[in-house]
Ligand binder design. Structure first.
Ligand code: HEM
Length: 422
């Protein structure tokens, strides 16, 4: 079974697995995986069973037969029905999905035939439009009623048993071309779609770790930072944090740590052995809430990415655009966490694209901010991993040893300095 296709892999109870396997599409999928160099190519396809609806049965009664143009394949079914399987050539999956298929459908009556090639499916949540070349022009030739499961994050689209009807000019064209007595209006078949759009691990160049699958993250989104009243906005209050000393040691020893888009891997004198910690350049906001600094608030929006690349052990973690929030008991560090982790049992590396989460809590309860020349500094604020932070890292998933990366785990303390005047 294809290792790069989560929908197909998920369960063999899925009828599409049988359908695609039966028509050779799966072989194509597996083939494309085998030849990919670090990237997953578009895979899956569509299977159309023609002759099933009322209009489809009418077509059969009028002597119409269903064929395929290569590389789409046809399997004859009972009573004139046929199943056409076409693999996906290209797929774009966002809120809607656009899938172009290889080969085409042919409606044949005696020597007369209508070929529908260049098939393109455009799927929304509840309806799919089918385009094809008709009279040399790409035009809408069909509609499919049925819900599609579209995941923009995973790049997948899935539909089962959609009701396929001819539409637009294709109705009359079919009637004329095949010399039918009646217009082929109504449902003529059933359509199944299961497609995985191509993707590549976004940090393949730096970390060298390919992604076999792509899974949408399910973690709760970060609580937005507070909006500060009477805030002072300043530049140049970098977020300096080492994340976790032992993690730095592990990754730097086995793999490598890389700074991207302005984020820097520091040398000494940042505390700890090299690589010593990280700096994300930032813009900040600061609000003095009345006399005394104890209730002052600050939001520091760091930018850039630090890549923890451990290709030899099959995983990487990328922490991007950290936002430090100093806000009493709600003090925390928000970050984008993007991971690729290999299941050591199956060898499948699964990419979960960036999720912006409340990553760590900052305990400012015992830290009195110290005023400098136009700055305020909270020194060595203890940080702890949140539940979402622990889950986001996936460090306990493949880890052969005991895992300490759980909710509440102590991370490196963070020293936060913010400018108090513009
Ligand atoms: C997805 C796969 C893996 C994950 C998520 C993972 C995760 C981890 C974590 C969280 C630690 C502790 C880091 C720390 O001290 O804070 C660790 C340590 C370690 N891992 Fe992995 N690991 C993985 C695969 C492997 C593999 C395949 C090997 C061996 C070939 C390996 C060998 C080690 C060793 C030797 C240490 C101890 C390093 C030290 O203390 O210096 N890991 N791993």
């Amino acid at each position: 079974m294809s290792p790069n296709f989560p929908l197909l892999r998920k369960s063999s109870r899925n009828p599409m697995v049988a359908v695609l396997a039966a028509f050779g599409a799966l072989a194509l999928i597996t083939g494309s995986f085998a030849t990919s160099a670090g990237a997953v190519e578009t895979s899956g396809g569509s299977v159309v069973t023609l002759g099933t609806g009322k209009a489809g049965q009418k077509l059969i009664r009028q002597g119409v037969r269903f064929k395929a143009t290569a590389p789409a394949t046809r399997k004859k079914l009972s009573k004139g029905k046929a199943r056409i399987a076409a693999s996906a050539n290209d797929a774009r999956v966002g809120d809607a999905a656009t899938v172009s298929l290889r080969g085409g459908l042919v409606l044949k009556r005696g020597k007369r035939q209508l070929k529908l090639r260049g098939l393109v499916l455009k799927s929304g949540a509840n309806q799919t439009t089918v385009k094809a070349k008709l009279g040399g022009k790409q035009t809408t030739i069909g509609k499919v009623n049925g819900s599609s499961l579209i995941s923009a994050d995973a790049g997948t689209v899935e539909m089962s048993g959609g009701k396929f009807s001819l539409a637009g000019k294709a109705i009359n064209k079919t009637k004329q071309k095949l010399r039918l007595k009646k217009s082929p209006k109504g449902v003529i078949g059933k359509m199944d779609v299961e497609v995985q759009a191509a993707f590549e691990d976004p940090y393949l160049a730096e970390c060298g770790l390919a992604a076999d699958t792509k899974t949408a993250g399910t973690l709760p989104a970060a609580t937005p930072p507070p909006s500060l009243s009477g805030a002072v906005s300043t530049n140049g209050n970098p977020v300096n944090w080492g994340v976790k000393l032992s993690l730095r040691g592990y990754i730097a020893g086995v793999g490598k740590i890389v700074g991207l888009d302005g984020a820097v891997v520091n040398e000494l004198p940042f505390p700890g052995p090299p690589p010593t910690g990280f700096t994300w350049p930032d813009e900040a906001e600061y609000a003095a809430n009345g006399p005394g600094a104890g209730d002052d608030q600050a939001v520091l929006n760091g930018s850039g990415s630090i890549l923890f690349c451990n290709e030899p052990h099959g995983f990487r973690i990328v922490l991007s655009d950290p936002t430090v929030v100093i806000d009493g008991a709600n003090s925390r560090l928000i970050a984008d966490v993007d991971t690729n982790t290999t299941d050591l049992g199956t060898g499948i590396s699964d990419w979960i694209p960036a999720q912006r989460i409340d990553f760590a809590t900052l305990d400012t309860s015992a830290v009195a901010p110290a005023a400098g020349a136009g700055t305020l500094t909270w020194t060595e604020v203890p940080t702890r991993l949140t539940a979402a932070g622990a889950e986001s890292l996936r460090l306990c998933e493949g880890n052969p040893g005991p895992c300490t990366y759980v909710e509440g785990a102590e991370f490196d303390p963070i020293t936060v300095t913010v400018k108090t005047a513009g």
